[in-house]
Structures are given as C-alpha cells and as structure tokens.
Write a protein that binds this ligand. Structure first.
Ligand SMILES: [Zn+2]
Length: 490
C-alpha cells in the first residue's frame, strides 16, 4: 500500500522525528489495518523521546473488499476550501483504484462513504463488522474505566475495579494490552511500528499502563486466568510433541485454552496422540477424572472437525485466488491487493498444482503457474530490504564473469556496509552448513572489494527509502494537529 513519511515535531520536548503515514488502508492487504481503523488509531504518532503522542488527523481511505465498502476520512482541516477537500478525496480514491487489478475495480470504490470525524468513521466500521450498539457501549465504558483507573492512585484501583466488575473481561485486558503497544511500552510492538533507528525507552506515558496491567494480572481472576493460559500453552509451544500437547490439554482449565491448543497442535495430533489420549481416559484414577477426560477428548475431536472444515473452505478460497492470478490482466496488482491471502495455504496449493501439472506434462498450465511464481518473486523482492535484494541478484549470476559485470553496474553500492553485510551473511550460511552459497558469497565479497578499491570508511547508507515517498498531498508548510503534534512538509 502506498505509504508516505511525515516529519513531526513534538510540542513538549521539540524533538523532530519521522513517522509513516497511511493514506490507503486495505483490510485484505494488511489485516492489521482493520484493527487500526476499528480502534481509531490510524496515523498516530508517538514522540520517540518523551512518549507524547496522538492522532495526526490526516485523511485516508479504508477499503474492506469482503464487505465491499470504502470509507473515506476527510477531516475539515484536510483542505482550506471544499474544492481542495474534494480534490484530496479524488486523489485518495484514485490511489485506491490504482492499487487494484482492473477486474477488481468496482463502482462502490468511486463513491466512498465520507466522514469528517474519526468517531463517526469508527462507528460505521464497527457497524460493518456487525458489532452491536450494546457492544459498542460496553467497549466505550471499558475505555472510560481505563481512563479513570489511570487518573486514580494505585491504592484506589481495587475499589474502582470492584465497582465495575461487570466490565472486566478478557476484552478489557485486550484493551490494556493494546494501549501498552500504542504507547510503546512493549518493546516488540515498538520496533514493529517502524521506528528502527532508536530503541524507545519506556516512556513516562506508558509506565502507568504497565503498572495497571501488572496489577490486574496479579490480582484479578480474569488476569490470573490469562497468566495460567500462557503457562499451559507454553508447555506445548516450548517443546512441541504429542506428549507435551497432551499434558497441556489435561492441564488446561477452560474451553478457550483447549481450543487454542487444538489449533496450535494440529500437526502433533497424529495417530499416536489419540492413542495416548485414549490411554489417559482408560487409566484415569477416579470416575470423576475419567468423565472429565472423556469430555476433553470429545471437545478436542469436535474442535478438530471445525478446524478441518475451515481448512477446506480456506483451500477453496486459495484455489479461487490462484485462478484469478492466472487469468488476471495485471497479476502483480492482483497479488499485491491480496497480499494477506498469499500465505502458507496458498503456497502449499501452488506447489501441489505445479507438481500435478508436471506429472501430467500439461505445458500451458505449467506456463501459467510459472507466471504466478514469477509474480510472487517480484512481490517478495518488493518487500525485501535493499541489501537482501542486492544479494539475491548477486547470487543469481550464473558465472564469475557475470557476477563481476553485475557488481560493476552497481559500483555505487560497493560500500563498507555492504561488505560487512556480506561477511555476516556468509558466516551465517556457513554455520547452517550451506557451503556452496557461503563460498559464492565469499567470492562476491572479494570481487566487490577489489572493484571498490581502497576507500574511506563511508557514512552513506545502503538503505534507500524505496518503499516510501514524501507526502506530496499534505498541506503546505506546517500544521498543528488537535493532539498538538506539528506536521511539517519535507
Ligand atoms: Zn517529545
């Protein structure tokens, strides 16, 4: 999806930082986009130094192909006049259209539903998801409770929680976990968000969330249940086998945990697993235990059947996608706009279809399938960091002469950073036992260094921002958002 970069200044500590902004969000390309829209957290920026943050309040278009809707967010500040705002709407709609293969461009895309407030857009998005009025109210109440807890002193927490006991469920914990991520208190989540250059310390804003979370996990039964679930799931996840799966299932105390384990453990559920389970039932020490284990076995079998059915439906959907890719006028765009569906199930299907076509010696089918493979290779190159892409092409050179030729064409890239990267990769490959590739990497590095000649330790980086373009359509000059963050045009 087209992403852009905005420069943002923090009004609190005056740090200037860059952040990705999203203009086109597509639920099928990026399932996370739906969550960001539903929680109203699109184009949110957090200062890497002080943790101050908030919405940048920028226009975007959200596409949900499954429900055939496009929602356009066009805040009043997005243009000085109605004409300017309409022009902006046109640009975003066009961007969305252009991201789709011709045969998937539909009429509804040209008339997106338009919203001037984030709140009304979120309400509509929730409605599309089939969330009821009561559920929305409940989620609103949960948000308010979190705010009140954060404002209160920690020794008042238990009383507040007791007063609002009916609001505390797994969803409530999910909300706090989500807020932990948004405020950058969770290290993994922070690095995912794209700010790779600096490690974000736990900000002052995030600390109360974390303390509240730890308190609830320790004191509240729902929190304790979640902790217990994590412990049970880890028995299997840390050391997957039929035995650990069985042990985890027997120790699981609620349906949700059992269902999770059945899903995670699909591969470990072989004939031997069911024999072990049956043995456990037969050798139970008390009649009560036997009844419990019988019920567990029933639940495992039922759940597995549900998952198998879902697996068949999935395979049919992927077959449908493969057909579309083979017949599309623009298979690359088709693939890009179905990115989240090009998964393990799809790759497995493609593999089996290729084998089948080879066996039958069906040349036209084989050609069509190989075109899809070529499209997928292009797609994975697009997602690759430039260094990896370079190495991939380097390794594709059939002989030494063409290798040197390729290096000569890319002379400007032959920098110390690249040599270091090649060396690290070579080492890693050698440790994996892939001597052939490691030797070729060593040769490539030697040739590259010869071509580069002696040089100063250069400061320029290989990392060209290929995936990002400057935000061409933002307002001119600087603009302060309601959250206080200042966006400046680069
Ligand atoms: Zn700041």
């Amino acid at each position: 999806m087209p992403t852009a970069i905005a420069r943002v200044s923090c009004p609190v500590c005056h740090t200037e930082f860059q952040t990705y902004i999203e203009q086109v969000l597509d639920a099928r390309v990026d399932p996370g986009a739906k969550n960001r829209v539903l929680s109203g957290a699109v184009n949110v920026a957090v200062c890497p130094r002080c943790g101050n943050g908030g919405s940048l309040n920028l226009p975007f278009i959200y596409h949900d192909p499954d429900h055939e809707v496009a929602l356009l967010y066009l805040p009043m500040e997005s243009g000085r006049s109605e004409i300017e705002r309409q022009r902006f709407a046109g640009v975003l709609t066009q961007q969305l259209m252009n991201s789709l293969a011709p045969e998937e461009r539909r009429g509804y895309l040209l008339q997106p539903e338009t919203f001037v407030t984030m709140e009304s857009l979120v309400r509509r998005a929730l409605e599309i998801e089939g969330v009821t009025e009561e559920e929305m109210q409940r989620s609103q109440d949960q948000r308010e409770l979190v705010s009140r807890l954060l404002e209160a002193e920690p020794d008042a927490w238990d009383a507040l929680i007791a007063e609002n006991e009916s609001l505390i469920d797994e969803g409530f914990f999910g909300l706090i976990q989500y807020l932990l991520q948004v405020t950058g208190a969770e290290p993994e989540a922070a690095s995912e968000a794209g700010a790779e250059d600096e490690e974000a310390p736990v900000s002052a804003e995030a600390e109360p969330f974390r303390r509240l979370y730890l308190h609830l996990i320790e004191k509240h039964p729902v929190g304790q249940r979640l902790v217990a679930r994590t412990a049970v799931v880890r028995i299997f996840a840390d050391n997957p086998s039929a035995e650990t799966l069985l042990q985890a299932l027997v120790e699981a105390t609620d349906t949700e945990t059992v269902n999770m384990l059945v899903q995670m453990g699909a591969k470990a559920m072989d004939y031997r697993f069911f024999q072990l389970l049956l043995q456990r039932v037969e050798t139970a020490e008390t009649p009560e235990e036997q009844t419990r284990l019988k019920a567990l076995r029933r639940q495992v079998l039922d759940r597995r059947e549900v998952l198998n059915k879902a697996g068949q439906d999935l395979a049919e959907e992927r077959l449908d996608l493969l057909d579309k890719l083979m017949s599309s006028e623009d298979p690359l765009k088709m693939a890009r706009s179905h990115l989240s569906e090009i998964d393990e199930a799809f790759m497995y299907l493609l593999q089996t279809q290729l084998q089948e076509a080879q066996k039958l010696d069906d040349k036209p089918l084989l050609e069509a399938l190989n075109r899809v493979v070529a499209v997928l290779n292009r797609l994975s190159e697009e997602a690759m960091p430039p260094e990896m892409l370079f190495v991939r092409r380097l390794l594709a050179a059939p002989d030494e002469e063409q290798l040197v030729e390729f290096l000569r064409e890319n002379q400007p890239l032959l920098q110390p950073q690249l040599f270091e990267f090649l060396e690290a990769l070579e080492q890693e490959t050698r440790e994996r036992g892939d001597t052939g590739v490691a030797d070729r990497l060593a040769l490539a590095r030697q040739k590259a260094q010869e071509l580069a000649g002696p040089m100063e330790p250069a400061a320029s980086s290989l990392k060209a921002p290929t995936a990002s373009r400057p935000a061409a359509d933002l307002d001119e000059g600087q603009r302060q958002t309601p959250s206080g963050l200042i966006i400046s045009r680069r």
